[in-house]
Design a protein around this ligand. Sequence first.
Ligand SMILES: NC(=O)c1ccc[n+]([C@@H]2O[C@H](COP(=O)([O-])OP(=O)(O)OC[C@H]3O[C@@H](n4cnc5c(N)ncnc54)[C@H](O)[C@@H]3O)[C@@H](O)[C@H]2O)c1
Length: 409
Amino acid sequence: MEKEIVVIGLGYVGLPSVMNHVENGHQVTGFDIDQKKIDSLNQGVSYLDTMSDELIGEMLKKGTVFTTNEKLLKDKDIYIIDVPTPIDEDKIPDLSYVKSAVNLIEDKVKAGSLIILESTTYPGTTEEYLVQKFAEKGYNIGTDLYIAYSPERIDPGNRQSLSAKIPRIVAGHTKNCLAQAKAFYGDHVSAVSNLKTAELAKIYENTFRLVNIALADELQKITDNLEISVGEVLEAAATKPFGFMKFTPNLGIGGHCIPVDPYYLTWLMEQRGLDTPLISTAGQINDSMLEYHLHKINEYLSEQEKDLSGLKIAILGVTYKKNVADIRMSSVRRLMDKLGKMTAQIVAYDDVLHAYYTKDDEKIHRLEKNYHELTSFDLVIYAVDHELYEENKPKIIENSRLFYDLTIV
Ligand SMILES: NC(=O)c1ccc[n+]([C@@H]2O[C@H](COP(=O)([O-])OP(=O)(O)OC[C@H]3O[C@@H](n4cnc5c(N)ncnc54)[C@H](O)[C@@H]3O)[C@@H](O)[C@H]2O)c1
């Protein structure tokens, strides 16, 4: 049955969510506080690499509303919250966006509305920020208002992950809440018995990745010490058809999921007096990789009887991972900051980066296949193996006076 749905927060999660609900025949209002994003959507222009302008156009044609106007959110059937859940400089969870999204809808919901939090967060958030809030306002949750949690699983750079067919974990505050959420999401739902389980399952998925990537990072240090190839060790181990999953070392995990979400858990456990040393150590190993690679770059240069000071360096690839247009929490960006203080000049190129994600003062150029331009640098650091660069890697190497590959594993 067609529902009136509000999606709050139109970023990497919220905008594809709007698309899925429109495709399922619902009437959707997409709300964001960012006027620039709303203007862009209403002009039919996407700001996500995962969403084409054509898809935005189709949504508009089907009557989808993109707005910053709170008044348009009143009396809807379903409210979905897809706002950011970052950490602050001290790696403490910042729930201010969730709080403001809840404040936004507290006087907009109607009897029978279903509210679903999809943002990643620590176990207890839905209870603390939604259930308690609406219960205090006099709602009987489970009979006259329904509250559920269902984390998102999209994987930037992997278009298949945008599909509505990816299984979803869903939990409700009560059985009725769960039934409402299950009926809404339809097939591909994996229901769990309580909100905290669903919240923790999502954080555990990303913590699993952090810990395994940190292990691969440590393997990199071990193989460097043994003077063997980390990639060959990984390939060899990956021939085992069961009980092994390959993760690769890197300069430091970027994006705003894996380097963020595990700290929601360590913070919560710290509040509750439980030590979580494995997760904390994995975070520290991940954070150590930038200095480690900086050290390796210095070693490489001294083998060439050069040092960083006075060098003109080009960095190829700045986004936080291969084929992704997003620069947020990119380790390469941090590497650039560090190198910038040590060398004569740094010029960064990224032909995949979406202009939407660069700051106004940030100059990241497009190489546009002008590989000859690289000959004017003393050193080329190959930092992200975007397909476009991989296809032309021989030309890149040919045009580099010195070439340092951060992507080799
Ligand atoms: N990006 C991913 O790959 C991914 C994957 C799974 C889960 N998640 C989780 O999903 C949530 C959203 O992540 P994202 O990547 O879409 O973030 P994002 O930064 O791309 O988008 C969030 C949007 O919310 C808007 N916003 C902030 N406060 C608001 C408010 N009060 N009202 C309305 N809009 C508001 C912002 O302007 C922004 O457009 C986070 O909890 C994240 O951890 C993200």
